[in-house]
Design a protein around this ligand. Sequence first.
Ligand code: GRF
Length: 191
Amino acid sequence: MDKIRIAIFASGSGSNAENIVKYFEGHSQVQVASILTNNPNAYVLERAARLGVESFVFTKEEFSKQGIVATYLHAKRIDFIVLAGFLLLVPQYLVDTYPDRIINIHPALLPDFGGKGMYGSKVHKAVVASGAKQSGITIHLVNSEYDKGKIIFQAQCEVAAADTPDTLAEKVHALEYKYFPEQIEGYVLGK
Ligand code: GRF
């Protein structure tokens, strides 16, 4: 029985990508087949090399229309796409090619603090500035609008008065590392 093949897209550090790769190492039914990025300088490429996972770099232009990225994913027989700190909007051709098979994680409780431009520390700054008492993670399916797809899972953490965007980011990252791999596993095995 062929394993379910996942491609991870990341634009930056890739700590979530690494965490996911490690979670599925030796897994009997699921494997991370490739890590893709739009950023040739992304640290995630170092992580991929160290982890022995194939990587693929593309430009924003190449990604924006049906072309080498779609061809690559097809050639690698990818079944699901996981966005882990990927900053580009997913074009309609990819959403159409992988319907309900693109999963993203957002470091806040959508629908709050989401949408274009809301990523990384900008999210935590907005949450702290808002006086919100809770934050957390949202794992959701991807459609062609930022952070608007069906929500699969959410986990919360407290935002204490003493929290800064950095201390909140640490709490949110801890939730990401704890829940993202198992939520991916549950979703891809359930489809
Ligand atoms: C994470 O906070 C994730 O929720 C968001 O981007 C960040 C990626 O961090 N989508 P890393 O590149 O996985 O370290």
